[in-house]
Design a protein around this ligand. Structure first.
Ligand code: HEM
Length: 499
């Protein structure tokens, strides 16, 4: 079947470049239907065309039925430039599959997840204590803060502890922040940065986003000219690499001396061996741990912040979440891994948040050979097939009328959930390159939100609209509204309110 040709006029190109691929994908599906072909505007990687698909049936074909033809993730040239095909995110084929196997173990294993859940809850409780003190210090018993910044601090602590038992102590920074200085304005506020490693983590993400679709020859020219972007990127990678190699050397020395190991990702990787008995080199180890931190930190933070916002901005939803938490947990009792499954409504809220605000909005693949999609549209060898959880999540064809309404019952009502296609809710992507931290992320987001919503009521200040105006660089951010500023006040348990 021919494409109802072809999205490539100047207006369409400007949507891609100025509004982003995720918005383009949504707009093109509204304008041209669920499949459209786009002559590659940047000639990246020599691919012939970009094919945008936005229907669960076609996505199922690419990510499951004929996945062999699409098992290469399309990677912008900057990835190859930085990672040289190493790490999990920037690699392909057998290297990627091998490293995914090694790294995903701890994030799937129930025992490890349970252990990681205590890290999440302990650090969230520390934040609760800090918030409680900050509220008590205010005459009105409430204070205002950028919840996106605080969620970023919380998740950076959690991911550091879980990945390599390093405590960034960012949550402690919240205490100092609330005691005096004005709260930071955005997700990457300078106030978050406590040491050079944190500077490096954030600079890495920022610069990567700035040169995201710059083709390789241009990157090489920028390097020759010594432009600041790439110099900063190189410096950030150098700082992260040196810090991580120190941690690895220290841990290897402890193990060699018969010292006690740790229950973290690094330990799992240090002791992992391939069938041929070979372990990972230090270089391979640092790339993998770095990727897990990079992929897991901001994604989990922004999702948690968006969840706190959405629940708080919808009074009826907030009342149901509070009722669920108060019925389940006694006064002062912290949520646990086990109690999560008895929070179906909060879990439904988290899913609804990820439908509207997926932290990573697109997941592209390259076609190895020519193929025909279930819709009858042809794909040529080398085409890049773009799929977008953002466009899928906001599609009226997929979700019915009012796709932008925040309605957690889509995932709470068994009948409504049963009517959904298996490939229509995909915030973690799908297929062999799907997010390997999905279970850990869902658990962390819900446990952090439960610990905070159990004790506080959040009131959105800025923005205050039901729909959050989000932006995307590599991952989602709240730049368009300058953060997620909310007032935070301790709340009474619902039973107490009724007395
Ligand atoms: C709410 C939080 C998160 C969201 C929404 C999210 C989403 C995603 C998405 C959409 C992808 C690309 C999938 C694809 O191409 O099909 C991805 C990849 C990845 N994610 Fe996550 N992620 C989250 C948290 C995490 C966490 C906590 C970790 C680590 C513990 C993690 C580790 C990874 C890794 C390593 C990859 C690359 C996989 C590969 O290239 O083979 N993510 N994530």
């Amino acid at each position: 079947m021919d494409f109802d040709d072809v999205a490539q006029n100047a207006q369409d190109v400007s949507v891609i470049f100025f509004e982003g691929l995720h918005v383009a994908q949504l707009k093109f599906s509204q304008k041209y239907g669920p499949v459209c072909r786009f002559a590659n505007p940047a000639s990246l990687n020599g691919a012939t065309s970009w094919v945008f698909i936005n229907s669960p049936e076609n996505i199922q074909h690419v990510c499951a039925t004929n996945v062999r033809n699409y098992n290469r993730r399309y990677l912008p040239d900057i990835y190859t430039y930085v990672t040289h095909g190493k790490g999990i995110l920037g690699s392909q084929g057998e290297y990627n599959a091998r490293h995914r196997r090694l790294c995903s173990g701890p994030f799937r294993n129930k025992w490890q997840l349970q252990r990681f859940s205590s890290v999440v809850v302990e650090r969230s409780k520390q934040l609760v204590d800090i918030f409680t003190a900050a509220a008590a210090a205010q005459p009105g018993g409430a204070f205002a803060t950028d919840v996106a910044v605080q969620a970023q601090r919380l998740t950076l602590d959690v991911v550091g502890l879980v990945a390599f038992s390093h405590d960034f102590a960012c949550v402690e920074q919240v205490r100092r922040d609330l005691a005096g200085a004005a709260p930071g304005a955005g997700g990457r506020s300078a106030a978050v940065l406590q040491d050079r490693v944190l500077w490096a983590v954030n600079t890495f993400g920022e610069v990567l986003a700035q040169v995201f679709i710059t083709p390789l020859p241009l990157l090489q020219a920028m390097e020759r000219l010594g432009l600041p972007h790439l110099r900063q990127l190189g410096e950030a990678v150098g700082v992260m690499r040196a810090a991580m190699l120190d941690v690895i050397a220290e841990r290897r020395a402890t193990l060699a001396a018969g010292g006690e190991g740790r229950d973290d990702l690094l330990q799992a990787l240090l002791t992992a061996t391939e069938e041929d008995g070979r372990g990972l080199s230090d270089e391979e180890l640092w790339e993998d741990v770095h990727d897990i931190m990079g992929a897991g930190h901001e994604t989990t933070a922004t999702t948690t912040a968006a969840l706190l916002y959405c629940v708080s901005a919808h009074a009826a939803v907030r009342d149901r979440v509070e009722a669920e938490l108060d019925a389940l947990l006694a006064d002062g009792e912290a949520p646990t891994y086990e109690s999560l499954e008895r929070m179906p409504y909060l879990q439904a809220c988290a899913k609804e948040v990820m439908r509207l605000y997926p932290a990573i909005p697109v997941f592209p693949r390259e076609a190895a050979v020519a193929d025909v999609l279930p819709s009858g549209h042809g794909v040529a060898a080398g085409d890049v097939v773009f799929m977008s959880s953002y466009a899928l999540g906001r599609s009226a064809e997929v979700w019915g009328l009012e796709p932008l309404a925040f309605d957690p019952d889509r995932f709470f009502s068994p009948e409504r959930e049963a009517a959904q296609h298996r490939f229509q809710w995909l915030p973690f992507g799908a297929g062999p390159r799907m997010c390997l931290g999905a279970s850990f992320a869902q658990m962390s987001v819900c446990l952090m939100a439960a610990t905070l919503l159990q004790r506080f009521r959040f009131t959105p200040l800025s923005p205050s609209s039901p729909l959050i105006p989000v932006g995307y660089d590599i991952t989602m951010n709240f730049g368009p509204s300058g953060g997620l500023r909310m007032s935070v006040a301790p709340r009474q348990r619902q039973q107490q309110q009724q007395q």
